[in-house]
Design a binder for this molecule. Structure first.
Ligand code: PD2
Ligand code: ZN
Length: 277
């Protein structure tokens, strides 16, 4: 077990919480982690509180197409989507031909004039901020904003058997050469101060669908470092993964690797527990 963050005050910092979550994910039991904290000078009360906050929350229902266990293709209503990879822990699918070439191009054309530097969620406040970990440009459509967006959203809802209303607006991102999205989790950390504000709009995120609209000439894979998986960004294809617990034990750490040449465009649909308002 790596050494416990040095105790300078009895405040539960993000570093401490991340260290504790990592210990749990690596299989160290709560008693072992507690003893390491006490040995590093933490009071019993604060150590116990921090430990409780770092434990995985109760699992909640998440989208997962049951046909994925045995089918080659999934019914998405207005088209069949080919399944090329199924993984468990993390629960992940690589999907082929979710979008047509024309749909990819039409989304890019509609999004291009509205692009701005991407932001990340500021968990301390529940707002948004520009962050060096995410250097793409992006925009959001509102749900059902155009007939094409509504058609794609209905397809996703059928494919994943999850209500359209539980989806956030579709986000489109453009990555030019040298831009990336460093590894992160898409769920909202329950221990952060701003998370309550974010959860009021539809609960936790429970799944992510990244759809590839344009392939870069080089680089730009979606990477899951913990399980050493790279999904190649092929136009019209997608990667889907869910997370029933907002915790590193979901094994859903993922990132967008730097684009080395050309442009990568994606559309991301995040799904919530309840209606997203
Ligand atoms: O661009 C990607 O491959 C990527 C990687 C990680 C997108 C996202 N996360 C996301 O949209 O959350
Ligand atoms: Zn992500």
């Amino acid at each position: 077990m790596p050494s416990t963050p040095v105790q300078v005050s009895q405040i539960i910092t993000r570093d401490l919480r991340e260290w504790m979550a990592a210990q749990t994910a690596q299989g160290h039991g709560p008693e072992e982690v507690l003893q390491a904290m006490l040995a590093a000078g933490w009071s019993h009360q604060v150590a116990t509180e921090a430990l409780t906050a770092s434990l995985p929350p109760t699992a909640i229902p998440v989208p997962w197409p049951v046909q994925a266990a045995s089918s080659l293709r999934l019914d998405a209503g207005d088209r069949w989507v080919d399944l090329s990879t199924v993984m468990r822990a993390p629960d992940l699918l690589v999907l082929e031909n979710l979008l047509s070439e024309d749909e990819c191009q039409a989304l890019i054309t509609a999004a291009r004039p509205r692009l701005e530097r991407s932001q990340t969620v500021a968990l301390e406040t529940g707002g948004e901020e520009i962050h060096e970990d995410r250097t793409s440009d992006g925009m959001f459509f509102t749900r059902g904003e155009t007939p094409l967006v509504a058609c794609i959203e209905a397809r996703i809802a059928k494919l994943l058997d999850w209500p359209v209303e539980n989806g956030e607006g579709l986000q489109v991102l453009r990555y030019g050469p040298g831009t990336e999205y460093k590894p992160h989790y898409d769920y909202f950390d329950p221990a952060e101060a701003g998370t309550a504000t974010i959860l009021a709009r539809g609960g936790q995120r429970v799944a992510t669908l990244v759809m590839y609209l344009q392939e870069p000439a080089q680089g730009g894979a979606t990477v899951f470092p913990e399980v050493r998986l790279q999904v190649v960004p092929r136009r019209g294809h997608a990667v889907f993964f869910n997370y029933s617990q907002a915790h590193p034990c979901s094994h859903t750490l993922h990132g967008g690797m730097p684009v080395l040449a050309g442009e990568k465009w994606i559309a991301t649909k995040w799904l919530r527990e309840r209606e997203f308002v």
